[in-house]
Ligand binder design. Structure first.
Ligand SMILES: NC(=O)C1=CN([C@@H]2O[C@H](COP(=O)(O)OP(=O)(O)OC[C@H]3O[C@@H](n4cnc5c(N)ncnc54)[C@H](OP(=O)(O)O)[C@@H]3O)[C@@H](O)[C@H]2O)[C@@H](O)CC1
Ligand SMILES: Nc1ncnc2c1ncn2[C@@H]1O[C@H](COP(=O)(O)OP(=O)(O)OP(=O)(O)O)[C@@H](O)[C@H]1O
Length: 533
């Protein structure tokens, strides 16, 4: 109503007159309509007569009828006359209706406004009804999906129990029995022959679950934890429970910065998105402060994406290394490479920052163009136990070939990742792909949490930014040190799981239009679901 009233005030009567005049110019019908309105008014009110006068208006080129209350003319009616107006007008010859005074025009305007208000109300009423119908439809669909979910649950429970029995009974007789129909993280020993691949049944399951609803996916995901064979289950739960133990509790005793200050080295004229994605992901995972060290021309752009980031436009300055070094004592981890570009001068700065970070014993995650640098100069990170490389397949191939001087066997990725990590002096390597393979040169871990088929740019930046925080947490967690597991591997497993689940959840909502920004919005719920429930 408020809107209606305000629009009423905004109407200029003169404009209305002009509009009416314009309409008259375009056709006879409108003039008749205006006459009808006036007739109805005169008869209905019972006190106004069809008095006509000519009012001189500046605007209309064609005369328009304007009824007036004040009578001017010869057809005045006695005050107590009971004669209907229509009779009166029948007696008095109708004069051509031309221009009249403004007052009835205001009445017309009011009628017009009332009608628009009515129309608007009707519209909203109908819209409300439509939304209610839509809600009812959704509820029905939801109930149907829940029903499906229960049926699937029952189905899998019975499959699980029958498999558990058969694997215990038949393990000696048939050691090559395929794993259960889920995609557990595969954990193998250093020997390649022990690396397990998901079975045909596994893939069948993942295809099936891809077409299911969000609720069904959630179930499939939970079964990821609960349906593994007993041997796998122990290790899955191990690594997941270890990721959970590295997460610092949120307490009121802490001050800003204690849960992580992460530095991203990257961001140039061409690539401003990548460092932003990495830095904001670090914050969303739980770092308290996220710094971006980028070139001058990228800085304002990155700042404009988010006021939450601290952006230093120093990467292409003459004393870039000193500028960054000033901050290193306050950083808990650095992520080198997202959007860095491949200019020699920037790569040289990145190299020196890596050296300085190593000297301070800070975890160093190297991604994207940082891996280009490692391909040219592997020694920059070789042997550093807090170093983690996160190549995509292309970056991995380059690195592998640079270190092994021979083409990689793309059909045997587990072996290749193990070999590369070993050649890098047991630096943790995360080969991203349909399964993420993580190795510290002694074992290969596979993270196969259902993601989606959507491969937009920036997903790797989300992973590297998250990994920066998790690496800091893992390397400072006493529980991990007490166990024989490599903290970098635990952190990598956590970051891969998180990225893939964000991808899955964003895809549930946005399908083909999923972007990294949508995935970043899923970090909070995904983190809770994976590590805090
Ligand atoms: N919004 C932004 O600002 C973003 C900026 N970004 C930044 O861009 C910079 C360059 O990074 P990059 O990944 O494009 O470079 P690089 O490794 O040379 O790959 C080039 C070519 O390799 C191929 N290829 C890639 N993946 C593959 C795979 N899995 N399997 C097989 N092939 C694969 C593919 O070749 P194609 O298929 O096109 O022939 C691809 O075109 C870097 O700084 C990064 O941080 C990104 O983070 C995105 C968001
Ligand atoms: N085929 C796939 N199926 C499922 N998930 C995948 C697949 N390929 C990559 N991913 C996931 O996407 C994430 C990013 O991997 P990707 O290979 O896109 O990195 P990237 O090319 O370095 O990304 P960026 O665009 O940020 O440079 C990883 O978490 C990985 O698990």
């Amino acid at each position: 109503m408020e809107r209606i009233l305000s629009s009423r005030l905004a109407l200029d009567p003169q404009e209305f007159v002009e509009g009416g005049a314009g309409a008259e110019e375009t056709g006879e019908g409108l003039e008749e309509d205006a006459e009808d309105v006036q007739d109805a008014y005169s008869e209905g009110a019972g006190e106004c007569y069809p008095a006509e006068t000519e009012v001189k208006l500046e605007y209309p080129t064609v005369p328009i009828p304007i009824p007036v209350k004040v009578t001017v003319g010869t057809s005045a009616r006695p005050p107590n006359s009971s004669q209907p107006a229509s009779n009166l007008s029948a007696r008095a010859p109708k004069r051509p209706r031309k221009r009249r005074s403004n007052f009835p025009m205001e009445k017309m305007m009011e009628q017009f406004l009332e009608q628009s208000a009515q129309a608007e109300e009707n519209f909203y009423r109908l819209e409300e009804q439509r939304l209610q119908a839509e809600d009812r439809r959704r509820e029905t669909e939801h109930a149907r999906e829940l029903h499906m979910l229960q049926m699937l649950g029952q189905m899998f429970s019975s499959m699980s129990s029958s498999r558990a029995v058969s694997s215990t009974v038949g393990s000696a007789a048939s050691p090559s029995k395929p794993p259960p129909p889920v995609r557990p993280p595969v954990i193998s020993s250093a020997s390649h022959s022990h690396v397990r691949r998901p079975s045909a049944q596994t893939d069948c399951f993942s295809q099936q679950s891809q077409s299911l609803s969000a609720e069904t996916q959630a179930l499939a995901f939970e079964r990821y934890f609960t349906l593994g064979s007993s041997a796998h289950r122990g290790m899955d739960e191990d690594i997941f429970s270890l990721v959970k133990t590295i997460i610092p509790p949120l307490t009121s005793k802490k001050h800003k910065g204690q849960d992580g200050r992460i530095g991203i080295i990257g961001g140039c004229q061409d690539y401003t998105g990548a460092p932003y994605f990495a830095a904001i992901s670090a914050l969303k995972v739980g770092a308290d402060l996220s710094h971006v060290f980028c070139t001058k021309d990228a800085a304002t752009v990155i700042k404009s994406y988010s006021p939450e980031l601290i952006v230093h436009p120093v990467l292409d300055s003459l004393n870039a290394v000193e500028e960054i070094e000033k901050w290193l004592p306050r950083l808990h981890a650095v992520v080198v490479g997202p959007g860095l570009g491949r200019e020699d001068v920037l790569l040289k700065t990145a190299k020196e920052v890596i050296e300085k970070s190593k000297a301070r014993d800070i975890p160093v995650v190297i991604d994207a163009d940082g891996l280009w640098l490692v391909t040219q100069q592997p020694s920059v990170i070789q042997g550093y136990q807090k170093g983690i490389l996160t190549p995509n397949f292309m970056e991995f191939t380059r690195l592998y070939e640079a270190l092994h001087h021979e083409p990689m066997n793309a059909g045997d990725r587990q072996r290749s990742v193990l070999q590369l990590s070993a050649a890098m002096g047991n630096v943790t390597v995360v080969l991203k792909g349909d399964q993420d393979l993580i190795s510290d040169g002694s074992k290969v871990y596979s993270c196969s949490i259902e993601g989606s088929g959507r491969r937009c740019g920036g997903q790797g930046d989300l992973l590297s930014g998250s990994l920066g925080v998790l690496a800091h947490w893992a390397h400072s967690a006493p529980e991990i040190k007490a166990r024989s597991l490599n903290p970098s591997v635990v952190a990598a497993f956590g970051a891969c799981s998180l990225t893939r689940w964000c991808n899955n959840q964003a895809f549930q909502r946005h399908g083909r239009s999923t972007t990294t920004t949508d995935m970043i919005q899923e970090i909070g719920p995904a983190f809770r679901k994976l590590f805090e429930s």
